[in-house]
Design a protein around this ligand. Sequence first.
Ligand SMILES: C[S@@+](CC[C@H](N)C(=O)[O-])C[C@H]1O[C@@H](n2cnc3c(N)ncnc32)[C@H](O)[C@@H]1O
Length: 269
Amino acid sequence: MIRVHAGDARQMEAVADACVHLVVTSPPYPMIPQWDALFARLGATSFQEMHDVLGEVWAQCARVLVPGGLIAINIGDALRTVDGTFALWPNHAEVLLRVRALGLTALPYLLWKKPMNRPNAFLGSGFLPPNAYVTLDCEPILLFRKGSLRRLARNDPARTRSRFSRAERDRWFSQVWADVRAERQGPEGRRSAAFPPEIPRRLIRMFSVEGETVLDPFAGTGTTLWTAAALGREAIGFEVDALRAEELRRRAEEWTPRGAPPHGAGPPR
Ligand SMILES: C[S@@+](CC[C@H](N)C(=O)[O-])C[C@H]1O[C@@H](n2cnc3c(N)ncnc32)[C@H](O)[C@@H]1O
């Protein structure tokens, strides 16, 4: 079942304490111009204020997680010139520190290295030192746990059904994921910043068991929600953009686990 909440995930009263097993999400990235207007509507214009908005959502995620539940956050850093100075805006570091400050345990994280169309693209000019910049072609996927390890019965049937293969384990649990292509984005103004279904698919299989509940507080096009449902998990999503939320609700109503995923993501791989 997929439950869609149209509204701001900072207000998550509709979700009870300690009922979510896994959060898989990708928030709007602070200091990326695409999200300036949305953050401004939520009362945030500076790097710190934008992270204050996200921080309220992380606090809600911590509240609704079961003890031992995990949060996976895909967040890229931003590059931007402010007051004439070009700089890195370290979103992943800010999120790491803020979620730790909520009392969650930071775990070894993943680096999604997006295969580039132009692998040699770089910022700078020519071949002369010292003023060129390193290309940001990795996005961290940060991992956190609430409290101590979850203990499931050794022969729990849902857990047994949820096992991954040796090849999957070797690929998924190594730090760099270089084999997942980014989603093609729509034209400017209609860009969804959706991640490819393979990202939530791996995370959900790595960190949850069939029948458990997966939350995405920044649902967007619903990639996490459709993927979770296709994998036999319960899904909960929040989306503040009214049009997107309505579209999610309509598709969630159409959803049947054995049917094709309604956003055209294709069957689970
Ligand atoms: C990066 S996109 C998520 C994309 C998603 N992973 C997908 O695959 O489609 C972030 C989404 O979060 C939504 N959003 C931003 N702030 C929010 C908030 N406070 N509460 C709920 N949704 C929010 C935005 O409208 C946007 O659709």
